[in-house]
Design a protein around this ligand. Structure first.
Ligand SMILES: [Zn+2]
Length: 255
């Protein structure tokens, strides 16, 4: 299937004149493009590229619907997030914030660098089948650059979040250069006061759906105003992968 599609695209380029066809591609065009709706939606991700096979066949996929979690005595998460300069990028799939500083998270298994954080609407994680309007994912890498820990924070409707007011003020369009924010952003302001969490083994929620990612879903939601949610949805009306089967994984609850 993938082979046929690629061959057809290649032939089309020859007929149209390869130079002009390539030049017509928008900046950042990916021939294995994936999306949240239409012919390349999450149900097809595993077919779009051989490297995406885990999206279809993985047994530790994220997001999940959390229900019947097992109470456990879990170690506290230590966030070392300080006010820092950031750039805001539009990846074509989400709004992604890249800190310039060395922000880290320490879990029971180690200390990891915050590479970026980004947003999904509605929240990808569900709770007894229900989603929140928005979530943020803090993506942490080990010293080899592998994503090993993702922290998810939910937003419910309510008062505006001061940090989002800064970050969502000027949302770049897809393909635009990342926008440096003036001053420093208090990233810790995107964490709830309570650090109680659910945890389970999972994956990236976007292709290539790489596994061996430990998830930490914070229990206490923050708030977002209707105007802030509308600002995000003006760029991305829906960018959430549906829940994936737990396949026997235990979700632990504690913190
Ligand atoms: Zn995410």
């Amino acid at each position: 299937m993938t082979h046929t599609l690629r061959a057809a695209a290649f032939c089309g380029a020859i007929v149209m004149g390869s130079a002009s066809a390539i030049a017509a591609d928008p900046p950042g065009h990916d021939p294995h493009a994936w999306s949240y709706e239409g012919a390349t939606d999450p149900s097809h991700w595993g077919e779009l590229d051989p490297g995406f096979f885990r999206c279809a066949t993985g047994k530790l996929q994220s997001p999940v619907d959390i229900h019947g979690a097992t109470p456990a005595h879990l170690p506290a998460l230590a966030f070392h997030y300080r006010p820092t300069r950031v750039k805001v990028a539009n990846t074509g799939h989400t709004i992604e914030v890249r800190p310039a500083g060395a922000e880290t998270l320490t879990t029971a298994s180690g200390t990891y660098r915050l590479a970026q954080f980004h947003f999904h609407t509605p929240s990808e994680t569900r709770f007894n089948g229900k989603a929140y309007p928005l979530s943020v994912h803090f993506v942490h890498q080990d010293d080899k650059g592998r994503v090993v820990a993702v922290v998810a924070v939910m937003f419910r409707m309510g008062k505006p979040n001061p940090q989002l007011a800064t970050l969502f003020r000027t949302l770049p369009k897809p393909g635009a250069q990342p926008v440096p924010m003036p001053g420093r952003v208090n990233i810790a302001g995107l964490l709830p006061k309570s650090h109680h969490y659910y945890t389970f083994p999972g994956s990236l929620t976007t292709p290539p759906c790489t596994e061996d990612v430990q998830w930490y879903v914070m229990k206490q939601p923050l708030t977002i105003s209707p105007q802030q949610l509308a600002a995000f949805r003006s760029r991305y009306p829906m960018n959430a992968r549906p829940p994936q089967p737990l396949d026997g994984r235990a979700v632990q609850s504690g913190g």
